[in-house]
Design a protein around this ligand. Structure first.
Ligand code: DGJ
Length: 730
């Protein structure tokens, strides 16, 4: 049993393979957090919860003579505003009389086999034998507001998920202006926060900051999870590293606005919260209505970031990504974007496809520019029918010819958007999010369709189904190229406009759910100008996401390094592009570009017709290598062997097969030097006593030699040389 309840002391204990979570109903009925960390069995840990009389930290009314009992200092499971806890909280409600207070007290609980699901929202999936659920019902006695806290426990994965529902159990309207999904209170303040910041074309760059007194927050109010911050955050010991230290992660299963916040309080305790960003959010609950807050995935490692990432990579592969692609090699694709952008004809595409087929590429992806009047980014979005001037044989004719060449056909769409210069906008100007009487902010000349509206979703479902049926596409790239602004929905009354952003995301999920259910064998790739919506919500529907519009191999090393903390390689879309690189002008060798792209879902994005004979031969070998190594890379364990933000000399990473019989170590020299120092790289994750060969060579090495003594990196000439070692057990 991974969830235990001890009725006498009213203590709940959750165990995973290596962690324990404990909470307790206090003598006054509040649900207090007791412990989260390394596994501790058979122990009531509530001695950790202490209180002394402190000035300006009040007591609940029922505890008036118990002056050490203060919600302002006690660790809590789900802190609320207005009743004496002044730290960052999870729930803020405004009642019909204007009062803004909630005090939640324990009512009941239930424990059952299997994992709860959240209607309308993505969440971790697990069978009855893989997970258990704990539901705890709490109630605000004065207003009747009820909260059910959900805990999903995936023991083998070292993962606990949290979500909740808030129900108006009273008679009058309640406004929810803040509903975060999760809180963990820690004793002690010596903690760092790892967050992943960035910008378009440079996403998920690791930032490590000390949690200060006061609040340290990251988040997004862009309507998407965003390029600028990622809804994945780690809190850890100040000396935690890849292989040591306690670390705790929160991953939000949500693709819209989010807030992740850590606060060191007045008595050196640390609070860590995550949920929908409260800015601009206000949800009305009429009597009897319920609001469901999205899920947060928590994981713990007592042995550094490597183990934490490993927990999460396994969780994504086993319980989040659509299962149709579990254990299957993703096809090697050629994407048309960087080669031709909007400028192509059917002939251009067919000649590119022919060259691609000759190289062994398996999937031809037609990116933007194939529909409506789409000759540049100013027009056509919304008109999801083929531009017959460019494609006289239509989607069916073109895709048939590509299939005749032995490749599958894939296609790009951006369903959530519309250009003002489009037939759709002219027919339904009210279908987009914009404020009457105000000129909207434009990005890339496009507006956002209000996916909170049913008729918009129905229309898009029909359009995309038609594209799929006509083209018999085996792959779809679902793009989304702007942040939300001017948020106002024509189908909501003024008093409910604070719901529009969340309703938009619920609409996106409903559409994704319907389409991926209707076409379960199609490979869907998420995208938002690269990795602007790289999160567990999208990955619940689409097994991979285009990681960044930056395809420069050197910059990608940094982007993929940051991404790897929270997401597995099999979720990362990664392509070999032309050199000099389109975004940076940097020149890198073709093998380096391929090795970097191999650390994800592999493909090409360049004009394959322009390649020399030698380059073509190299690409054929790269594709053979991918077919040989994909199972280690996409299904194995990932190790960060260097931090490219700190090590300017070289970057190194490694994949190890689950049975530890095979590994791939990659090294890229970042800065060539005269009279160079010698470098060695120590592998990880091998069997200490097993014997291995490298690249089929004569020499035999023990696992512990490769892991403790290391592999000497050869001295190379020129920047950006790549060295790959394929290690196999003898
Ligand atoms: C942004 C994407 O990230 C690119 O890969 C490409 O699909 C363009 N949009 C097309 O407009």
């Amino acid at each position: 049993m991974s969830i235990l309840y001890e009725p006498q002391d009213r203590v709940f204990t959750i165990h995973t393979k290596r962690s324990t979570w404990q909470m307790k109903v206090s003598r006054y009925g509040h649900l207090l957090h007791v412990y989260y960390g390394s596994k501790i069995e058979h122990m009531d840990l509530s001695f950790l919860v202490r209180g002394i009389n402190r000035g300006f930290s009040g007591t609940p009314y029922d505890a008036c003579d118990d002056r050490g009992y203060s919600l302002d200092t006690l660790p809590q499971e789900y802190p609320c505003s207005g009743t004496g806890d002044y730290r960052t909280g999870c729930l803020h409600a405004i009642h019909a009389d204007g009062s803004q207070a909630v005090e939640l007290l324990y009512v009941s609980h239930r424990i059952y086999a299997g994992k709860y699901r959240l209607p309308g929202l993505p969440s971790v999936r697990a069978s009855d034998t893989e997970a258990q659920t704990l539901e705890i019902l709490l109630k605000d006695r004065a207003t009747g507001l009820e909260v059910i806290l959900y805990y999903g426990v995936l023991e083998e994965n070292d993962v606990i998920t949290r979500a909740l529902s808030v129900r108006n159990g009273g008679q009058t309207r309640i406004l929810l202006s803040r509903v975060l999904s999760c809180c963990v209170d820690f004793p002690g303040r010596d903690m760092d926060m790892l967050s992943f910041h960035g910008r378009h074309a440079m996403e998920r760059i690791l930032q490590r900051s000390r949690v200060p007194y006061g609040r340290l927050s990251v988040g997004s109010v862009r309507g998407t999870s965003s390029h600028q911050e990622n809804p994945f955050v780690i809190l850890c010991d100040r000396d935690a590293g890849e292989e040591q230290g306690r670390c705790y992660s929160m991953s939000f299963v949500y693709s819209g606005n989010f807030l992740a916040e850590a606060e060191a309080d007045q008595i050196d305790q640390t609070r860590f919260v995550m949920g929908i960003h409260p800015d601009g959010f206000c949800w009305t609950l009429e009597a009897g209505e319920e609001f469901i807050a999205p899920e947060v995935i928590l994981s713990y490692s007592g042995a550094g970031f490597g183990l934490l990432s490993g927990n999460l990579h396994d969780l994504y592969r086993q319980h989040i990504l659509p299962q149709a692609f579990q254990g299957r090699r993703r096809p090697v694709l050629l994407n048309s974007w960087e080669a031709v952008e909007f400028d192509f004809t059917e002939e251009t595409l067919l000649s590119m496809a022919e060259s691609a087929a000759n190289l062994g590429i398996e999937l031809f992806v037609l990116d933007d520019g194939w529909f409506g009047s789409r000759d540049c980014d100013k027009s056509g979005l919304g008109d999801w029918f083929p531009n017959l001037k460019k494609l006289p044989s239509g989607l069916s004719g073109l895709s048939d010819r590509i299939r005749d060449m032995g490749m599958e056909f894939g296609i790009w769409i951006e369903p959530e958007m519309v250009n003002e210069d489009s037939e759709l906008f002219r027919a339904h100007p009210d279908w987009c999010l914009r404020i009457p009487g105000r000129k909207p902010n434009l990005e890339r000349c496009q507006l956002v369709l209000d996916l909170g509206r049913k008729e918009v979703r129905e229309h898009l479902f029909d359009c995309i189904s038609r594209v799929m049926d006509e083209s018999k596409a085996a792959y779809i790239k679902w793009d989304m190229n702007r942040s939300l602004s001017d948020i106002w929905s024509a189908c909501l009354p003024g008093s409910r406009q604070g719901e529009a952003s969340h309703r938009y995301i619920l609409g996106v999920y409903e559409l994704m759910e319907r389409l991926t259910q209707k076409y379960p064998h199609v490979l869907w790739e998420g995208c938002s100008g690269g990795g602007g919506r790289f999160d567990a919500g999208i990955l619940s529907y689409m097994p991979q996401i285009w990681c960044s519009d930056n395809t420069d191999a050197v910059e990608r090393i940094h982007i993929q390094y940051g991404t790897s903390f929270g997401y597995p390689a099999c979720a990362v879309g990664s392509h070999v592009s032309a050199s000099p690189n389109q975004q940076t002008g940097r020149e890198t060798p073709l093998p380096t570009r391929a090795d970097v792209a191999l650390a994800g879902c592999f493909g090409y994005e360049l004009d394959v017709r322009m390649l020399s004979g030698e380059e073509k031969a190299q690409i054929r070998r790269q594709i053979e290598d991918y077919c040989k190594l994909w199972h280690v890379i996409q299904q194995g364990d990932y190790y960060r062997l260097s931090n490219p933000q700190e090590n300017a000399d070289f970057a190194a990473w490694e994949f190890v097969a689950k049975d530890q019989k095979e590994a791939v170590v990659n090294v890229v020299i970042l800065h060539a030097k005269a009279n160079p120092p010698f470098f060695c790289i120590r592998a990880r994750g091998l069997k200490e006593d097993a014997r291995y060969r490298i690249d089929g060579g004569e020499a035999v090495y023990t696992g512990n030699a490769l892991m403790h003594a290391g592999i000497p990196i050869p001295v190379t000439q020129g920047d950006y040389q790549s060295i790959r070692y394929h290690i196999q057990q003898v």
